[in-house]
Design a protein around this ligand. Sequence first.
Ligand SMILES: Cc1ncc(COP(=O)(O)O)c(C=O)c1O
Length: 559
Amino acid sequence: MDICIDSNILIYAFNVQSQFNAKAEAVLEDLIRADGFAITDISLIEFYQIITNDKVVSDPISPDKSYEIIKNILLNKKIEVLETNIDILEVTFESAANHNVRKYEIYDHLIANLCKHNNIKKFITANDKDFKKYDFFDVINPFPGEENKGAEKKKYSKVIPLSVPSIQGNEWKYIKECLDTEWVSSAGKYVELFEDKICEFTGVQHAVACVNGTSALQLALQIAGVRPGDEVIVPTLTFIAPVNAVRYLNAEPVFMDADDYYNIDVDKVIKFLKEETELVNSKLMQDDRINKAPITINKKTGSRIAAVIPVHVFGNAVNLEKLMPICKDRNIKIIEDATESLGTFYTQGELKGKHTGTIGDIGCYSFNGNKIITTGGGGMIVTDNEEYAQKARYLTTQAKDDDVRYIHNEIGYNFRLTNIQAAMGVAQLEQLPEYLKIKNKNYQTYKKEIDKIPGLHLSASPGYADNNCWMYALQIDKSIYGKDREQLMDCLTENKIQTRPVWHLNHLQKPHRSCQNYQIEKASVLMEKTINIPCSVNLLESQIDTIVGYLGKSSKLKA
Ligand SMILES: Cc1ncc(COP(=O)(O)O)c(C=O)c1O
């Protein structure tokens, strides 16, 4: 190890308010990715001293969090801690006396001497002027030409993002392996490995990797037998993707209301099916495409209801135990949109222990950049039905019936995930258990503080499941809080906190306005009063404090 960093690089890298934060993070990442770096024990003490001090940094880190950071440094095999001992101290004080070193300069002198003793060739610091006098190493300032205006100035502070990936595990290593071995496209060991690992994690029998969650939903519907002119029951309160997937197949969505957890209102789905549809023997229908099994017909439109898409919104498990019996009786397929809920599993009832996505006929996950784990873009079709899995594999790879002679008996798609993305997926999945713990802990921290603020409430999760806490939904009661969601969002944006309104309802979107919707009430209320607040895995405790602080203050602040 011949590169050593100064404490200021570490301070900037962990002080989110620092103007140099992103750059310092990048410096550390580059060094780790290469051969690693050294740091002196005294620099770690300096780091702790500064980062925990609210008079020096505007967003200090708590002692336990600082300890956690330092512990990770001590355990990191790519970071060498240069230790002071009696010999070094003796040499340092002797040379300090010879060089007339005074006051705080003694720290720099000790660090420089430790580096000399350990044959350090390059010293990286923002404070190059104090180290230039030592000629036994090269002094590098990663922020050349930038006047150090004080890392803590608020006007340079970074936005706290809504949901960004955390790439701290084996992502570089596995992706590098793909590049080194030149297995970059859809062939290569990681695609299958990723599928196997998803099966292992969720307990499902088959997993087929796909380019994204939307294409996974499209294929899942197709494989489950949804045909042009069929109808599919979907929630109005969700991201648009499952609705689009229905439309890609020239089928029609029927929009349903939301329950208290932002999920499809299962009671209303049941009521709709009982009151608005009838089960008919398909032998009586002219179209006998579904093997004469009885089918459910929408009385209003005369169309077949082929499937329902319960979306586990924000990671909250839909009450599938309640929904499943009627779907079974009515020959309606369940395509679970579990794109937001990887890691959520039921803790009660008949589904106890089962992961969302693995219960319906087919389930879909997404590994989009904002999801709990990401491959940049990616998705997975999961099912216990081997025939469905084979079909998914066939259709995602251009429906090749003979891959030597290029015979295609069906219209397929180029929907297979690449090896590079899957390599990232494997690395991310390794970290998922830890992510789930962090998401839950952050949710509890937020909830405890937010629920104390009059007029604000952090939405609860259903008690019958262990939910992945992917996205946090903040509910605003304007009559008490004094601001509506737009005003609160403006206020948070002003203070560099990224938020998002919950999606505009799908039955109101232009392409779908003419489709049927059923007794939509609660979804509209939830939409009006909800915003999503930062939820990234690498969200710092101090950032949660900042956000909660603004939430508390902003009812009184001008938007
Ligand atoms: C509920 C829901 N369904 C489907 C998708 C689509 O996934 P992808 O972006 O991977 O296509 C997303 C998110 O992106 C989603 O939130």
